[in-house]
Design a protein around this ligand. Sequence first.
Ligand code: ADP
Ligand code: MG
Length: 397
Amino acid sequence: MAFDRARVQDVEVAGRTALVRVDFNVPLAAGEVTDDTRIRAALPTIQLLLDRGAAVILASHLGRPDGNPDPALSLEPVARRLAELLDRPVAFCPEATGEEAVRMADALEPGEVMLLENLRFDPGETANDPAFARALASLADLYVDDAFGAVHRAHASTEGVPGLLPSSGGLLLQEEVERLSAVADDPERPLIVVLGGAKVSDKIGLISRFLEIADEILIGGAMCFPFFRAQGIETGDSLVEEEGISLAADLIASAEAPDTRAELVLPVDIAAGESFDAGAERVELESDSVPEGMLGLDIGEKTAADYAARIGGAGTVFWNGPMGAFELPGFSLGTRIVADAVASTDGLTVVGGGDSVAALVEFGLTDSIDWVSTGGGASLELLEGIPLPGIEALDGG
Ligand code: ADP
Ligand code: MG
């Protein structure tokens, strides 16, 4: 699927005020932005609008304040960081809607930027309240969505506002759609999908879809345990998502159906520890069953080597979800081996998901990946083929 909606670069913006939904949901510590990747990702669209003579109003959510102002989740530190990156002043508006927002929006000149306060300080944002959407829309002449990480949400700023203003997709949004779509639409083969993380229920739709279009699906992380339980394999004290067991059984049955394309590959060995603890010692179990008193915390060495070899021969790789509890020093090995393999394969490589991307950052491998998505849930839903409300709401198509 190519991006089939109005594109920001085709819109007449000179002398007009653009409300740009961005994803500035960044980590903060002591009032400073600790990772500005998402802010940098929005710069091309912001710069394009400024260069073409628009006034730019930026809007984002940060964290989950649940409809109440929370100073710890203010976007003010983001305004400061953005000003440094743009090398120009960024006005910070202490509210998303209201008299002050209207006054500051009216005073904004072409070439100037302002950032609104956290949208989710108002309950109208996640409720997709029409009055909140109208108040946001009244600040601007046109709407641009560049917040790929939020397009799977039907919120006021992602779905309400584009219904009220001429609307288009930003450069990041367009590129995310195109790069992710390339995985599922006529990929270079073999297409290998590597899935890990905590829960199979998060990824059930994605696995079902990839059983039809991928060549191999490699499973790791705690997600493998419901698959083991569905087959009667012991999982000891491992994290097992109980409601995932019947889902896993269904997926195993679909994988065995004669017209299913993909091979579903499960770990042949597991590394375990006695507790979910930074000091836990890594024990290679040499098999897939985990005895009582132990927790499976990583894929084993044989599995990691097998997955790496398969990834090395891939035409296309999509990876989401760590292979184990990589935050624990003894249990990052499987994730690291898989990450190294993804970084060094000749195939096209795409990675999505908060924790998988955090692992890549920790290993210093992001530059060796063809596309690192800024969207976790959004990237999974796009690949699953689910219509994304924030994209559907844009003009055109
Ligand atoms: P992503 O954010 O990349 O989509 P998830 O959020 O689905 O990934 O899963 C990441 C989490 O899964 C990590 O916090 C990691 O510790 C946890 N995890 C992975 N494997 C295991 C395991 N074997 N036991 C416990 N937790 C695990
Ligand atoms: Mg996660």
